[in-house]
Design a protein around this ligand. Structure first.
Ligand code: HEC
Length: 121
C-alpha cells in the first residue's frame, strides 16, 4: 500500500510537469523570433505609431480606416490589394497621399512586428 501511494505521488508529479511545460506561453517564449512575441511587440509599436489614425478594435474610420478584421477580409480597402506581408510592408513603408510612410521612423524589424500584429486583427 505504501509503495502504491508513492507511485501515485510520482505519477502526479509527472502530470504536473507535463502540464507545466505544455503552457503555450512558456513553450513559444523560448523560440527566438516566434510569432507570439512578434505580435506582442507589434501591438506596442501599433499603439505608439498607428493608433493616432487607426483603431485596432474597430473597423470604424478614425483618420484612416479601422483595421479590425482586415486579415479576415483579405484585401486592402484602399486599393483592393491582397493582405500579404509584402503588401503590408510596402504600404507601411511608403503610405500614400493620405497616410505618411513610416520607413524613416520604424526599423525593418519593427515593421515586421507591426505586420504580425495587424494580421491578428
Ligand atoms: C497620420 C495618420 C496615419 C498614421 C500614423 C498611420 N496611418 Fe495607416 N492610413 C492612414 C490613412 C488616412 C489611410 C487611408 C489611405 C487612403 O484612403 O488612401 C491609411 C491606410 C492604412 C491601411 C490600409 C487599410 C485598408 O483597409 O486598406 C493600413 C493597413 C494601414 N494604414 C496601416 C497602418 C499602420 C500599421 C500604421 C502604423 C505603423 C499606420 N497605418 C499609421 C493614416 C495613417
Amino acid at each position: 500500500m505504501r509503495k502504491f501511494s508513492l507511485s501515485l505521488a510520482v505519477l502526479a508529479g509527472c502530470v504536473a510537469l507535463v502540464a507545466g511545460s505544455a503552457l503555450p506561453g512558456q513553450e513559444s517564449g523560448r523560440k527566438p523570433g516566434n510569432n507570439a512575441a512578434a505580435v506582442a511587440r507589434g501591438k506596442t509599436i501599433f499603439q505608439q505609431k498607428c493608433t493616432v489614425c487607426h483603431y485596432d478594435t474597430s473597423d470604424q474610420k478614425k483618420i484612416g480606416p479601422g483595421l479590425k478584421g482586415i486579415s479576415k477580409r483579405g484585401t486592402f480597402s484602399v486599393n483592393g490589394n491582397k493582405i500579404t506581408d509584402e503588401n503590408l510592408k510596402a504600404w507601411i513603408e511608403n503610405g500614400d497621399q493620405l497616410m505618411p510612410g513610416l520607413k524613416d521612423s520604424l526599423e525593418a524589424s519593427q515593421i515586421k512586428d507591426v505586420i504580425a500584429y495587424v494580421k491578428t486583427l
